[in-house]
Write a protein that binds this ligand. Structure first.
Ligand SMILES: Nc1ncnc2c1ncn2[C@@H]1O[C@H](COP(=O)(O)OP(=O)(O)OP(=O)(O)O)[C@@H](O)[C@H]1O
Ligand SMILES: [Mg+2]
Length: 104
């Protein structure tokens, strides 16, 4: 069962406004203050699938966009999580984005 987010800071309303305006949102705060819980609750309220990626120093552009693979003599493109979530019309949560070293 999903934990309910205690919206002490009117965050759900702010996220909804940003979403309706077609804006990206950045959520900043110390560890364990409910950022992930907030995003899960928001996705559930919006009735959207939530795709998440946890960034680290090793995260590459190809994780987001995709990469070519060679299998059985055929070259295929395997879509990354950004493309998949755009196709699905879901929400994409870039967790610990500040850890990323890649240049978008
Ligand atoms: N506002 C809140 N409402 C409900 N639960 C909360 C809230 N803030 C923190 N918690 C609880 O605290 C715990 C940590 O919250 P959560 O994982 O969402 O934090 P976080 O900000 O994403 O942390 P991290 O930076 O480590 O990823 C969870 O068990 C969550 O239920
Ligand atoms: Mg978190």
């Amino acid at each position: 069962m999903m934990e309910t987010y205690l919206d002490w800071n009117n965050s759900l309303d702010i996220l909804t406004k940003a979403y309706d305006a077609g804006l990206f949102s950045i959520i900043i705060g110390p560890k364990g203050t409910g950022k992930t819980t907030l995003v899960r609750q928001f996705a559930s309220l919006m009735n959207k699938d939530l795709h998440s990626v946890n960034f680290s120093l090793r995260t590459r552009e190809s994780h987001l966009i995709g990469s070519k693979t060679l299998a059985k003599g055929e070259v295929n493109f395997v879509e990354g999580i950004l493309i998949k979530s755009m196709r699905d019309g879901g929400l994409l949560y870039l967790d610990e984005l500040n850890a990323a070293e890649l240049q978008l």
